[in-house]
Write a protein that binds this ligand. Structure first.
Ligand code: PEP
Ligand code: MN
Length: 350
Protein backbone atom coordinates (compact mmCIF):
# COMPACT_ATOMS: atom_id res chain seq x y z
CA UNK A 1 0.00 0.00 0.00
CA UNK A 2 1.15 3.50 -0.80
CA UNK A 3 -0.10 6.74 0.70
CA UNK A 4 0.40 9.64 -1.68
CA UNK A 5 0.54 12.93 0.19
CA UNK A 6 -0.73 16.18 -1.33
CA UNK A 7 2.00 18.39 -2.85
CA UNK A 8 1.40 20.99 -0.13
CA UNK A 9 1.33 18.48 2.77
CA UNK A 10 3.31 19.70 5.77
CA UNK A 11 6.07 17.73 7.54
CA UNK A 12 3.71 17.43 10.55
CA UNK A 13 1.00 15.88 8.39
CA UNK A 14 3.53 13.43 6.94
CA UNK A 15 4.73 12.55 10.43
CA UNK A 16 1.17 12.05 11.65
CA UNK A 17 0.40 9.63 8.80
CA UNK A 18 3.62 7.67 9.55
CA UNK A 19 2.70 7.47 13.22
CA UNK A 20 -0.79 6.25 12.41
CA UNK A 21 0.66 3.50 10.16
CA UNK A 22 3.15 2.42 12.83
CA UNK A 23 0.37 2.44 15.44
CA UNK A 24 -1.49 -0.10 13.29
CA UNK A 25 1.58 -2.36 13.55
CA UNK A 26 2.94 -1.69 10.06
CA UNK A 27 6.09 0.04 8.95
CA UNK A 28 5.99 3.47 7.28
CA UNK A 29 8.60 4.42 4.71
CA UNK A 30 8.40 8.12 3.80
CA UNK A 31 9.84 8.58 0.31
CA UNK A 32 10.24 12.24 -0.62
CA UNK A 33 9.85 12.96 -4.34
CA UNK A 34 10.30 16.04 -6.49
CA UNK A 35 6.56 16.86 -6.44
CA UNK A 36 5.26 15.20 -3.31
CA UNK A 37 6.06 12.67 -0.60
CA UNK A 38 4.77 9.13 -0.83
CA UNK A 39 4.68 6.82 2.16
CA UNK A 40 5.18 3.13 1.53
CA UNK A 41 3.49 0.74 3.96
CA UNK A 42 5.06 -2.65 4.60
CA UNK A 43 4.51 -5.42 7.11
CA UNK A 44 3.37 -9.00 7.10
CA UNK A 45 0.17 -8.61 9.08
CA UNK A 46 -2.24 -8.56 6.15
CA UNK A 47 -4.08 -5.67 4.55
CA UNK A 48 -4.24 -2.12 5.86
CA UNK A 49 -7.67 -0.50 6.03
CA UNK A 50 -7.36 2.28 3.47
CA UNK A 51 -10.55 4.07 4.47
CA UNK A 52 -9.16 5.64 7.64
CA UNK A 53 -5.92 6.56 5.94
CA UNK A 54 -7.74 8.50 3.25
CA UNK A 55 -9.39 10.57 5.96
CA UNK A 56 -6.09 11.82 7.41
CA UNK A 57 -5.16 15.39 6.62
CA UNK A 58 -2.65 15.98 3.85
CA UNK A 59 -3.41 12.64 2.17
CA UNK A 60 -4.15 12.80 -1.57
CA UNK A 61 -4.81 9.12 -2.22
CA UNK A 62 -4.09 5.58 -1.09
CA UNK A 63 -2.96 3.14 -3.76
CA UNK A 64 -2.57 -0.62 -3.66
CA UNK A 65 0.83 -1.71 -4.99
CA UNK A 66 0.28 -4.95 -6.81
CA UNK A 67 3.95 -5.85 -7.35
CA UNK A 68 5.54 -8.20 -4.79
CA UNK A 69 8.38 -5.71 -4.37
CA UNK A 70 7.06 -2.39 -3.12
CA UNK A 71 9.81 -0.01 -2.06
CA UNK A 72 12.02 -1.06 -4.97
CA UNK A 73 9.19 -0.45 -7.43
CA UNK A 74 8.67 2.54 -9.68
CA UNK A 75 5.01 2.45 -8.66
CA UNK A 76 6.13 3.71 -5.27
CA UNK A 77 8.87 6.08 -6.40
CA UNK A 78 8.85 7.44 -9.92
CA UNK A 79 12.16 9.30 -9.95
CA UNK A 80 15.45 7.46 -10.32
CA UNK A 81 17.31 6.94 -7.07
CA UNK A 82 20.68 8.66 -6.90
CA UNK A 83 23.05 7.48 -4.17
CA UNK A 84 25.29 10.34 -3.06
CA UNK A 85 28.46 10.34 -1.01
CA UNK A 86 28.60 13.10 1.55
CA UNK A 87 31.44 15.57 1.19
CA UNK A 88 32.17 14.53 -2.41
CA UNK A 89 30.77 15.08 -5.89
CA UNK A 90 30.49 11.32 -6.47
CA UNK A 91 27.14 9.65 -7.05
CA UNK A 92 25.74 6.38 -8.31
CA UNK A 93 22.66 6.89 -10.49
CA UNK A 94 21.71 10.10 -12.24
CA UNK A 95 23.52 11.67 -15.17
CA UNK A 96 27.07 10.78 -14.22
CA UNK A 97 28.39 7.28 -14.85
CA UNK A 98 29.91 5.65 -11.79
CA UNK A 99 33.18 3.82 -12.29
CA UNK A 100 34.30 1.34 -9.64
CA UNK A 101 37.72 -0.21 -10.26
CA UNK A 102 40.31 -2.23 -8.40
CA UNK A 103 41.57 -5.75 -7.80
CA UNK A 104 39.38 -8.74 -7.06
CA UNK A 105 41.24 -9.13 -3.74
CA UNK A 106 43.46 -6.90 -1.66
CA UNK A 107 46.64 -8.98 -1.54
CA UNK A 108 49.08 -6.59 0.10
CA UNK A 109 49.48 -2.88 0.78
CA UNK A 110 51.94 -2.58 -2.11
CA UNK A 111 49.61 -4.34 -4.56
CA UNK A 112 46.58 -2.30 -3.51
CA UNK A 113 48.41 1.04 -3.67
CA UNK A 114 50.02 0.25 -7.03
CA UNK A 115 46.58 -0.40 -8.53
CA UNK A 116 44.82 2.41 -6.67
CA UNK A 117 47.30 4.97 -7.89
CA UNK A 118 46.72 4.03 -11.51
CA UNK A 119 42.94 3.76 -11.42
CA UNK A 120 42.75 7.08 -9.55
CA UNK A 121 45.00 8.70 -12.16
CA UNK A 122 42.67 7.45 -14.91
CA UNK A 123 39.72 9.04 -13.09
CA UNK A 124 37.91 6.32 -11.09
CA UNK A 125 35.78 7.72 -8.28
CA UNK A 126 35.34 4.39 -6.52
CA UNK A 127 37.88 1.74 -5.55
CA UNK A 128 36.95 -1.91 -5.14
CA UNK A 129 38.93 -4.66 -3.44
CA UNK A 130 37.91 -7.86 -1.69
CA UNK A 131 38.78 -8.22 1.99
CA UNK A 132 36.50 -11.22 2.58
CA UNK A 133 36.34 -13.53 -0.42
CA UNK A 134 33.58 -16.07 -1.08
CA UNK A 135 35.72 -18.70 -2.84
CA UNK A 136 34.54 -21.94 -4.39
CA UNK A 137 37.41 -23.80 -2.70
CA UNK A 138 38.15 -23.52 1.02
CA UNK A 139 41.85 -23.84 0.08
CA UNK A 140 41.79 -20.76 -2.16
CA UNK A 141 42.86 -17.32 -0.87
CA UNK A 142 40.13 -16.10 1.48
CA UNK A 143 41.16 -12.45 1.75
CA UNK A 144 43.14 -10.41 4.26
CA UNK A 145 40.07 -9.41 6.28
CA UNK A 146 40.44 -6.39 8.55
CA UNK A 147 43.96 -5.72 7.29
CA UNK A 148 42.52 -5.21 3.80
CA UNK A 149 39.85 -2.86 5.19
CA UNK A 150 42.59 -0.77 6.80
CA UNK A 151 44.56 -0.64 3.56
CA UNK A 152 41.48 0.53 1.67
CA UNK A 153 40.75 3.21 4.26
CA UNK A 154 44.28 4.49 3.67
CA UNK A 155 43.60 4.47 -0.06
CA UNK A 156 40.49 6.58 0.50
CA UNK A 157 42.51 9.07 2.56
CA UNK A 158 45.23 9.27 -0.03
CA UNK A 159 43.28 9.32 -3.31
CA UNK A 160 39.77 10.35 -2.24
CA UNK A 161 38.15 7.37 -3.96
CA UNK A 162 35.19 5.91 -2.06
CA UNK A 163 35.58 2.26 -1.07
CA UNK A 164 33.39 -0.66 -2.21
CA UNK A 165 33.99 -4.04 -0.59
CA UNK A 166 32.09 -7.23 0.06
CA UNK A 167 30.62 -8.49 3.31
CA UNK A 168 30.03 -12.25 3.42
CA UNK A 169 28.44 -12.73 6.85
CA UNK A 170 27.25 -10.79 9.91
CA UNK A 171 30.73 -10.47 11.31
CA UNK A 172 32.28 -9.02 8.16
CA UNK A 173 29.17 -6.89 7.58
CA UNK A 174 29.77 -4.91 10.75
CA UNK A 175 33.41 -4.33 9.87
CA UNK A 176 32.71 -3.43 6.25
CA UNK A 177 30.00 -0.98 7.36
CA UNK A 178 32.48 0.63 9.70
CA UNK A 179 35.40 0.92 7.25
CA UNK A 180 33.95 1.15 3.75
CA UNK A 181 31.58 3.47 1.87
CA UNK A 182 29.55 0.84 0.02
CA UNK A 183 28.72 -2.64 1.30
CA UNK A 184 28.86 -5.18 -1.51
CA UNK A 185 26.64 -8.24 -1.17
CA UNK A 186 27.91 -10.84 -3.57
CA UNK A 187 26.07 -13.06 -6.03
CA UNK A 188 26.32 -16.06 -3.72
CA UNK A 189 24.68 -14.15 -0.89
CA UNK A 190 21.94 -12.47 -2.92
CA UNK A 191 19.36 -14.63 -1.19
CA UNK A 192 20.98 -14.68 2.24
CA UNK A 193 17.90 -13.02 3.68
CA UNK A 194 19.21 -12.58 7.20
CA UNK A 195 22.31 -10.83 5.84
CA UNK A 196 20.11 -8.62 3.63
CA UNK A 197 17.96 -7.64 6.60
CA UNK A 198 21.03 -6.82 8.66
CA UNK A 199 22.39 -4.66 5.85
CA UNK A 200 18.99 -2.99 5.75
CA UNK A 201 19.42 -1.86 9.34
CA UNK A 202 22.66 -0.07 8.49
CA UNK A 203 22.90 3.37 6.95
CA UNK A 204 25.45 2.65 4.25
CA UNK A 205 24.68 2.05 0.56
CA UNK A 206 24.43 -1.59 -0.46
CA UNK A 207 25.72 -2.84 -3.82
CA UNK A 208 23.65 -5.94 -4.44
CA UNK A 209 24.95 -8.35 -7.05
CA UNK A 210 22.56 -10.54 -8.98
CA UNK A 211 22.57 -14.20 -7.95
CA UNK A 212 24.03 -16.81 -10.26
CA UNK A 213 20.60 -17.89 -11.45
CA UNK A 214 18.31 -15.17 -10.11
CA UNK A 215 15.31 -13.96 -12.03
CA UNK A 216 14.60 -10.25 -12.19
CA UNK A 217 11.82 -10.65 -9.65
CA UNK A 218 14.06 -12.53 -7.22
CA UNK A 219 16.72 -9.85 -7.67
CA UNK A 220 14.28 -7.04 -6.88
CA UNK A 221 12.85 -8.98 -3.94
CA UNK A 222 16.37 -9.15 -2.48
CA UNK A 223 16.67 -5.38 -2.84
CA UNK A 224 13.29 -5.16 -1.14
CA UNK A 225 14.65 -7.09 1.87
CA UNK A 226 17.29 -4.40 2.39
CA UNK A 227 14.83 -1.55 1.82
CA UNK A 228 12.13 -3.06 4.03
CA UNK A 229 14.44 -2.45 6.99
CA UNK A 230 14.77 1.24 6.15
CA UNK A 231 17.93 1.34 4.03
CA UNK A 232 16.79 2.77 0.69
CA UNK A 233 20.25 3.15 -0.83
CA UNK A 234 20.47 -0.03 -2.86
CA UNK A 235 22.54 -0.25 -6.03
CA UNK A 236 21.85 -3.26 -8.24
CA UNK A 237 24.63 -4.99 -10.16
CA UNK A 238 24.37 -7.36 -13.12
CA UNK A 239 27.36 -9.72 -13.06
CA UNK A 240 26.36 -12.53 -15.38
CA UNK A 241 24.26 -15.64 -14.87
CA UNK A 242 24.78 -19.36 -15.48
CA UNK A 243 23.72 -20.63 -18.88
CA UNK A 244 24.72 -23.46 -21.23
CA UNK A 245 27.21 -21.12 -22.93
CA UNK A 246 30.77 -22.22 -22.31
CA UNK A 247 32.72 -19.51 -24.13
CA UNK A 248 32.59 -17.29 -21.04
CA UNK A 249 32.54 -17.75 -17.28
CA UNK A 250 28.98 -16.42 -17.13
CA UNK A 251 26.50 -14.90 -19.54
CA UNK A 252 26.31 -11.16 -19.00
CA UNK A 253 22.62 -10.36 -19.25
CA UNK A 254 22.53 -6.77 -20.42
CA UNK A 255 18.86 -7.08 -21.29
CA UNK A 256 18.16 -6.83 -17.58
CA UNK A 257 19.12 -3.12 -17.66
CA UNK A 258 16.02 -1.81 -19.46
CA UNK A 259 13.90 -4.37 -17.60
CA UNK A 260 15.15 -3.09 -14.23
CA UNK A 261 14.71 0.50 -15.32
CA UNK A 262 11.12 -0.14 -16.34
CA UNK A 263 10.19 -1.70 -13.00
CA UNK A 264 12.48 -0.04 -10.48
CA UNK A 265 13.95 3.35 -9.61
CA UNK A 266 17.18 1.80 -8.29
CA UNK A 267 20.48 2.37 -10.12
CA UNK A 268 22.13 -0.58 -11.85
CA UNK A 269 25.83 -1.15 -12.46
CA UNK A 270 27.34 -3.80 -14.71
CA UNK A 271 30.33 -6.02 -13.85
CA UNK A 272 31.89 -7.12 -17.15
CA UNK A 273 34.72 -8.90 -15.27
CA UNK A 274 32.71 -11.62 -13.52
CA UNK A 275 30.19 -11.37 -16.34
CA UNK A 276 32.69 -12.77 -18.83
CA UNK A 277 35.68 -14.11 -16.88
CA UNK A 278 37.97 -13.09 -19.76
CA UNK A 279 40.19 -10.06 -20.01
CA UNK A 280 39.62 -9.70 -23.76
CA UNK A 281 35.84 -9.55 -23.30
CA UNK A 282 35.77 -6.91 -20.58
CA UNK A 283 36.12 -3.84 -22.77
CA UNK A 284 33.49 -4.78 -25.40
CA UNK A 285 30.97 -5.64 -22.69
CA UNK A 286 31.72 -2.47 -20.74
CA UNK A 287 31.04 -0.45 -23.90
CA UNK A 288 27.81 -2.38 -24.47
CA UNK A 289 26.71 -1.90 -20.85
CA UNK A 290 27.03 1.88 -21.07
CA UNK A 291 25.31 1.90 -24.46
CA UNK A 292 22.47 -0.15 -22.95
CA UNK A 293 21.94 2.44 -20.22
CA UNK A 294 23.83 1.11 -17.20
CA UNK A 295 24.52 3.63 -14.45
CA UNK A 296 28.16 2.59 -14.35
CA UNK A 297 30.72 -0.19 -14.38
CA UNK A 298 32.46 -2.19 -11.67
CA UNK A 299 35.62 -3.71 -13.10
CA UNK A 300 38.60 -5.72 -11.86
CA UNK A 301 42.00 -4.17 -12.54
CA UNK A 302 45.38 -5.66 -11.58
CA UNK A 303 48.90 -4.42 -12.32
CA UNK A 304 50.21 -8.01 -12.40
CA UNK A 305 47.21 -10.16 -13.26
CA UNK A 306 49.38 -13.24 -13.86
CA UNK A 307 50.30 -13.10 -10.17
CA UNK A 308 46.82 -12.27 -8.84
CA UNK A 309 45.56 -14.45 -5.99
CA UNK A 310 42.04 -14.37 -7.43
CA UNK A 311 40.45 -13.64 -10.80
CA UNK A 312 43.67 -12.82 -12.64
CA UNK A 313 42.39 -14.03 -16.06
CA UNK A 314 39.54 -11.50 -16.01
CA UNK A 315 41.52 -8.59 -14.56
CA UNK A 316 42.46 -5.88 -17.02
CA UNK A 317 45.76 -3.99 -16.91
CA UNK A 318 45.73 -0.39 -15.67
CA UNK A 319 46.56 0.89 -19.18
CA UNK A 320 43.56 -1.03 -20.57
CA UNK A 321 41.42 0.53 -17.85
CA UNK A 322 42.56 4.02 -18.85
CA UNK A 323 41.70 3.43 -22.50
CA UNK A 324 38.39 1.86 -21.49
CA UNK A 325 37.46 5.13 -19.76
CA UNK A 326 38.40 7.07 -22.90
CA UNK A 327 36.01 4.94 -24.91
CA UNK A 328 33.21 5.06 -22.34
CA UNK A 329 33.60 8.83 -22.24
CA UNK A 330 32.77 8.93 -25.95
CA UNK A 331 29.80 6.58 -25.69
CA UNK A 332 28.33 8.34 -22.64
CA UNK A 333 26.89 11.44 -24.40
CA UNK A 334 25.09 9.25 -26.95
CA UNK A 335 22.96 7.93 -24.08
CA UNK A 336 22.71 11.26 -22.25
CA UNK A 337 25.45 10.57 -19.74
CA UNK A 338 28.73 12.08 -18.65
CA UNK A 339 31.83 10.30 -17.44
CA UNK A 340 33.27 12.28 -14.53
CA UNK A 341 37.02 12.11 -14.02
CA UNK A 342 38.31 12.00 -10.49
CA UNK A 343 36.52 12.66 -7.27
CA UNK A 344 36.36 16.03 -5.56
CA UNK A 345 36.39 15.69 -1.83
CA UNK A 346 34.79 18.41 0.27
CA UNK A 347 33.53 19.93 -2.97
CA UNK A 348 30.62 22.31 -2.71
CA UNK A 349 27.85 20.43 -4.45
CA UNK A 350 25.26 22.76 -6.00
C1 PEP B 1 33.68 -9.98 -6.64
O1 PEP B 1 33.18 -8.87 -6.91
O2 PEP B 1 34.92 -10.16 -6.53
C2 PEP B 1 32.78 -11.14 -6.54
C3 PEP B 1 33.11 -12.21 -5.83
O3 PEP B 1 31.66 -10.98 -7.26
P1 PEP B 1 30.37 -11.95 -7.44
O4 PEP B 1 29.70 -11.98 -6.11
O5 PEP B 1 29.59 -11.24 -8.49
O6 PEP B 1 30.87 -13.28 -7.90
MN1 MN C 1 36.52 -11.33 -8.40
Amino acid sequence: MLVVMKAQATPEQIRAVCEYIEHLGFRAHPLPGAQRTAIGITGNKGEVDRGNLEELSGVAEVIRVSKPYKLASRDVKEEDTVVRFAGTDAAIGGRNLAIVAGPCSIESREQAFAIAEQVAAAGAQFFRGGAYKPRTSPYAFQGLGIEALRIMAEIRDRFGMRIVTEAIDSESLELVAEWADVIQIGARNMQNFSLLKKAGRLRKPVLLKRGLSATLEEFLMSAEYVMSEGNYEVILCERGVRTFADHARNTLDLSIIPAVQRLSHLPILVDPSHGTGRRDSVLPMARAAVAAGADGIIVEVHHQPEKALSDGPQSIHPAQFASMLNELEQIAPVVGRTLPRGIHVNAVVG
